[in-house]
Design a protein around this ligand. Structure first.
Ligand code: SAM
Length: 243
């Protein structure tokens, strides 16, 4: 079962406005590619945890012509939409339904995953569940592999919360104008109270601070842990596993 609070109406909004609501998705995509530990002509397996509309799966499949991507999501609507949209990569993509709250999906993976990636999904689980997940991902990872996560992070104090909120608002307004040519998406962002730094009450969102998550990665066994991009309360962070 998916968390009852992420439902198909969230899916619809996110498919429509995700590129406006996510800060600097283009820069994020390039940073993921920088960090994936593989040569461009290598044959390897990546798992995209909660692929959504598939921008990250698509970025990886189009950059690494021999990469196989297992794209997971809990929304049948997302999976269908993204499978159809990325049809041109069909021979290298596998779409699987999964539940972030039930780790049994890890039992069905190939035993040599080079990279787990995820964008804007891990904040749906509690810190304890994140700790457990990081440990399980570490043990399912190929030596010389990586876990790379882009996600919302919890502010550490009120001053930080206000800054994250202001910054996310600013970037969404700018992207609404630049990407859509009007403020409709930005108004939707405001009206639906999407900025969780301003409206932190939705139980579907359980962000942890960046430091908590970096420490959890270390406890799980990862090396070379870092945050490579941080913007408007969103961060791309992760770690590597070596032989
Ligand atoms: C904010 S979207 C992010 C999608 C995509 N990774 C991106 O960056 O655009 C969150 C995704 O997580 C999925 N999701 C939410 N809760 C889930 C759960 N409990 N199990 C599996 N997937 C879930 C949703 O279907 C949605 O595709």
């Amino acid at each position: 079962m998916m968390d009852q609070k992420w439902n198909e109406s969230d899916t619809e909004v996110f498919l429509r406005y995700g590129r406006v609501f996510v800060p600097e998705r283009g820069e994020l995509a390039k940073t993921f590619i920088d960090l994936i530990p593989a040569n461009h002509d290598e044959d390897f397996v990546v798992v995209d945890i909660a692929t959504g509309g598939g921008w990250l799966t698509e970025t990886i499949a189009s950059t690494f012509p021999k990469a196989h991507v297992i794209a997971l999501d809990g929304s049948p609507e997302m999976l269908k939409y993204t499978k159809d949209r990325l049809e041109q990569y069909a021979d290298r993509l596998e779409f699987r339904h999964f539940d972030l709250f039930d780790a049994s999906w890890l039992n069905d993976l190939p035993n040599k995953v080079r990279c787990f990636v995820s964008s804007l999904a891990i904040h749906h689980i509690t810190f304890q569940q994140k700790q457990d997940l990081f440990k399980k991902l570490y043990s399912n990872l190929h030596n010389n592999g990586a876990l790379l996560i882009a996600d919302i992070v919890k502010p550490v104090n009120e001053i930080g919360r206000r800054s994250m909120s202001r910054s996310w608002d600013d970037v969404t307004k700018k992207q609404s104008l630049n990407l859509e040519g009007n403020l409709q998406a930005y108004e939707y962002f405001l009206n639906t109270e999407w900025n969780l730094f301003e409206h932190p009450d939705d139980p579907v969102d359980k962000p942890s601070t960046l430091l908590e998550q970096l420490n959890a990665l270390q406890q799980a066994g990862f090396s070379d842990i870092d945050a490579w991009w941080v913007k408007a309360g969103h961060a791309l962070f992760g770690g590597y596993k070596y032989e």
